[in-house]
Design a protein around this ligand. Sequence first.
Ligand SMILES: Cc1cc2nc3c(=O)[nH]c(=O)nc-3n(C[C@H](O)[C@H](O)[C@H](O)COP(=O)(O)O)c2cc1C
Length: 391
Amino acid sequence: MSKYDKLFEPVTLANGVQLKNRFMFAPMCDDSSDGGKVTDQQMRYMKPRAAHVGIADTGYAYVNDSGIQLPGQLSAAHDSDVPGLSRLATTMKIGGAKAILQLSHAGRGAGGSVAKGERVYAPSKLPFPWLNYDVDEMSKEDIQQVINDYREATKRAIAAGFDGVEIHNCNHDLLQQFFSASANHRTDEYGGSREKRMALPLAVLRAVKETVAASGNPDFIIGWQISPQEKHGDKLGYDVDDMLAQTDEAAKIGFDYLNISLNLSADYSNSVRPSYDIKVKGTDLSFPAYYRAAVGDRVPIFIGSNVLTADDALAAVTDADGVYVGREMLMDPDFVQKIADGQADEIINTTTIEHLKEVGLPDGFVENYADTDGSSRVVSYRNGIPLPGLD
Ligand SMILES: Cc1cc2nc3c(=O)[nH]c(=O)nc-3n(C[C@H](O)[C@H](O)[C@H](O)COP(=O)(O)O)c2cc1C
């Protein structure tokens, strides 16, 4: 008996599939694909980190060439990606984890597409003073194409042997841009009221759901990832209740688990380091407790952020069913195994660049963290979400 036993209880997803424990290796772009293709470094990095969790997520994989945020991002946009993805899925499943391919489209944030000479588009053509490239307003054909590209990417995930996909409906990606009143000024059926602004995210979920149904594999997992709020100073993209309403509609279509990303939610991440135990403003409810109203008991909820110790992980599953662990498992790939073995006090909580190399972080990833002024990359997570203890 250990006080951490609860973390090692199985979790049943909405489609009946069981995860062997409550840990998720959080989705993290490792900046190390080669033109979107899986590299050996990525395989070496992923293997020990997926080995002991119940569910392991890849970093976001773009569904088409107009949706690339970072040059080292994974691709799920081409059939030629399938062999590499298949090697990655096989590696992720070695220890019994369910292997999940995260699917994304960066919309206006597709700086990686610009570098490839691709067109960048968004729900509306607005001034984007922080971007040094043109952004088109999406036509109806573009929207249909994106929905179709999620379908095709899901087929590739299935062909590659992944256990599921997670839809990245968050972190200022295209789907979030559609839901945001500040980014979406459309007057057609994809913009305007809250219901119309959720039309694209829901259409993507429906398309993925249909693709899974047509595959004849009811065990294939669909994860739905949200950012609970979008705020820019006084300007509101949407609030926690808007996202609750969207999640409610999405749950009617059906997904197998909810991943609540606290990462880039203003109010929760800008002033304070986002943490698994923060409360929804104006309430004494945690985010999993608040969003339970939309998904009920059948859909497990994952929460995380700033989980650095076994006690953090245990506290995170007070209201949630599972806990995602990101940066801590970059530093210590054995995080889960140490808790299982009664060695929680040996978990590594601080790091150095040398240590990151020793524990198998791909070169591009290490570079990000070594890049103290954030200048050498389009996005430096070093600035946004630094590793604890790395100065
Ligand atoms: C280097 C890095 C890359 C990330 N890439 C992604 C990503 O591709 N998709 C995503 O949904 N979240 C991404 N995130 C956010 C993490 O999944 C997670 O929500 C965040 O790091 C907070 O958890 P943590 O404190 O355990 O790291 C990334 C975070 C980091 C540090």
